[in-house]
Write a protein that binds this ligand. Sequence first.
Ligand code: SF4
Length: 162
Amino acid sequence: MKITGTMINYYFVCHRKLWLHVHRLSFEEQHENVQLGKLLDQSSYTREKKQIMIDETVNIDFLQDWKIIHEVKKSKSMEESAEWQVRYYISYLRKKGIAVERGILDYPLLKKRKEILLNDEEEEKLKDILLDIEYISNQENAPATINKKWCKKCAFYEYCFS
Ligand code: SF4
C-alpha cells in the first residue's frame, strides 16, 4: 500500500485517526487546523522549490538543493510525529537514489527550526512502523478512541465523541 507522510504522522498521534484517514472518513479538509496548515505551507519560504509530490505518495513541503528536506509545522505540540514524518521522507528519497543529507522541521510562527537525521536504528524502526501502519489500516473496524488532550483539536473530534 502507498504510505504517505500524513499517515506516518497520524500513526504517532492516534491509530484511530490514521484508520479514519485511510478509510476516507475525512472531515479534515474543512477543519480549521488543516486550513491553517495549508495556508502556512503556501505562504512560507516562497523562494524555495515547494510542494514536491513524489509517486503520488510523498508530498514534501520543500527541498533545498535536493539535499535538505523541509517540513513546515505551525506548532511543536506533535513534534515526535513530525520528526518521524521527516525521517520517512529522508528514507523514501534515499531509496529513490536521491542523496538526502538531513531534514529540517520548520516552525515559521515560532521562528524556530529543528534538524532531523536518520540513523540505521531509526531506519529499522521505520520498517516496523510501516508494517504496523499496514496492519492498522487493514483492520475492519476503527481502533478505539484515545481521549487525549489533543482530541479537541482533531478534525474527527465530533465524530469520535458526540
Ligand atoms: S478525536 Fe481523538 S480519538 Fe478521535 S481520531 Fe482524533 S485523536 Fe483519535
